[in-house]
Design a protein around this ligand. Structure first.
Ligand code: ADP
Ligand code: ADP
Ligand code: MG
Length: 449
């Protein structure tokens, strides 16, 4: 096992990783920006080192400063968390060159899956069903129009380097195509520095179902079942549950097998997630996230496997301690993302000082957070301040537990989406698991009233 791990991230995920390291007897180094001097991750790590000013480009994305911090502290491994540099193959390569183990897949696998258009081609060859659309990037508007005509409208224009719901445009009619391509390209260029876009059929009202994978360095790959992340606002997840409430055991097996094939096809190692769109009994590969995900705790509850600890053990060269037959899903878990934002004002971020904080607890309740009473939420980073996870033997009980936990949760000083989440989880359609990725968009007016 490693001696010392540097965590190249902030917020709740940095805290989560520090805790996993401690349980494995590994020392930890936190990095923080000037705006994060009072951040919890910087306080609880064994060592903490400032890597630059508030702006992410100068701190959490500052490769030189982060590698210098590894050198200064003698860290022998680095965990990237999610967001920031977690899917940057070049960064992973530079870590290796500096003699620091990157806790994640190889740079080659990251490159292959990081480009969504290339990833789709690889999947097609591995016999994993993909959404019909362009073979790779679209060149001209004329070419795009031809493909759109063939697959049928509506279609999606998607940034090949994209993530976090950015660089995605829906197109309903041929005359909107040119504009959509232009704006998607512009957004992709500014967010990801790469304006490549591809086209695929817009799947009407599917569910977002994703499969969690673990793969060691010796060719062993297992899946840990699926999560349903269909409750999204503008392609960004808000609530996730495990297992998917509408998946039959046959479909679960089919999807799990397809995800494992996907991992094998790209020589995948460590934890990763294959995202699918599920429409009726058809499912399509959407992308692979080559990192730990925000919603990993629901899977941890249901499988009893600590995914972050597994990431460390795999990266340290250990064999997977279980095979597919050993993995059993038991019970039901739901996660709500708690954001400092104002739902009635278009979910506008609400930075500021948390003057008072009370967090729920009890059996089957887990909170991953980095905020505390008196903590000042800065405007520089994303607005997620906590994840509330509820676990119970059945979905009905997990929902009930979550509703009560949300009702108990108290944050003063900033606006949050807690009341919105409560309303959402009490919605009869959500209670009946009758929702798809368009549900929030269609009902947002009613839910924010
Ligand atoms: P990200 O990198 O932001 O995770 P994804 O490609 O995973 O981007 O897509 C994000 C979300 O966009 C999905 O969860 C789904 O709601 C929607 N989406 C993506 N592709 C399609 C499609 N072809 N048809 C309909 N919805 C889609
Ligand atoms: P998921 O992990 O559920 O698929 P996303 O793909 O949207 O979610 O992104 C993962 C997380 O990383 C999100 O919570 C988002 O806030 C964060 N994130 C995405 N891009 C960045 C970035 N450039 N810098 C910092 N955080 C980011
Ligand atoms: Mg995605």
């Amino acid at each position: 096992m490693f001696k010392k791990v540097l965590i190249a991230n902030r917020g709740e995920i940095a805290v989560r990783i520090i805790r996993a390291c401690r349980e494995l007897g590994v020392r930890t180094v936190a990095v923080f920006s000037e705006a994060d001097r009072e951040a919890l991750h910087a306080k609880i790590a064994d060592e903490a080192i400032c890597i630059g000013p508030a702006s992410t480009a100068e701190s959490y994305l500052n490769i030189k400063a982060i590698l210098a911090a590894c050198e200064l502290t003698g860290a022998d491994a680095l965990h990237p968390g999610f967001g920031f540099l977690s899917e940057n193959a070049n960064f992973a390569r530079m870590c290796a060159r500096c003699g620091v183990t990157f806790i994640g897949p190889s740079p080659e696998a990251m490159l292959l899956m990081g480009d969504k258009a290339t990833a789709k081609q690889t999947m097609r060859e591995a016999n994993v069903p993909v959404v019909p659309g362009s073979d790779g990037l679209v060149g001209s508007v004329e070419e795009a129009a031809e493909i759109a005509e063939k697959v049928g409208y509506p279609v999606m224009i998607k940034a090949s380097a994209g993530g976090g719901g950015r660089g995605i445009r829906r197109v309903d009619r041929p005359e909107e195509l040119e504009d959509a391509i232009t704006t998607a390209k512009r957004e992709a260029k500014s967010f990801f520095g790469d304006d490549g876009v591809y086209l695929e059929k817009f799947i009407v009202d599917p569910r977002h179902v994703e499969v969690q994978l673990l793969a060691d360095h010796y060719g062993n790959v297992v899946h840990l079942g699926e999560r349903d992340c269909s409750l999204q606002r503008r392609n960004q997840k808000m609530v996730e549950e495990c297992p998917c409430p509408v998946l039959s055991p046959e479909m679960r097996k089919k999807m799990g097998d397809a995800a494992v094939r996907a991992a094998i096809a790209c020589g995948y190692e460590n934890a990763g997630t294959v995202e699918f769109l599920l429409s009726g009994d058809q499912f399509y590969f959407m992308e692979m996230n080559t990192r730990i995900q925000v919603e990993h705790p629901v899977t941890e509850f249901v499988t009893g496997i600590d995914i972050v600890k597994m990431q460390l053990r795999i990266a340290a060269g250990e064999l997977l301690p279980f095979s597919q037959e050993d993995i059993h899903m038991q019970g039901h878990a739901i996660e709500c993302r708690i954001n400092a934002e104002n739902p009635s004002q278009g979910f506008r971020p609400s930075p500021g000082k948390i003057t008072s904080l009370y967090m729920p607890g009890g059996p089957g309740i887990r909170i991953d957070t980095s905020v505390y009473s008196g903590y000042e939420i800065t405007p520089y980073y994303d607005s997620m301040i906590a994840k509330l996870i509820a676990y119970a033997p059945t979905r009905e009980e997990a929902l009930m537990k979550m509703q009560w936990a949300l009702a108990e949760f108290l944050v003063e000083g900033v606006d949050t989406n807690i009341d919105f989440q409560l309303k959402l989880l009490r919605d009869p359609d959500v209670e009946a698991a009758d929702y798809d990725i368009g549900f929030l968009g269609r009902n947002i007016g009613r839910l924010t009233k």
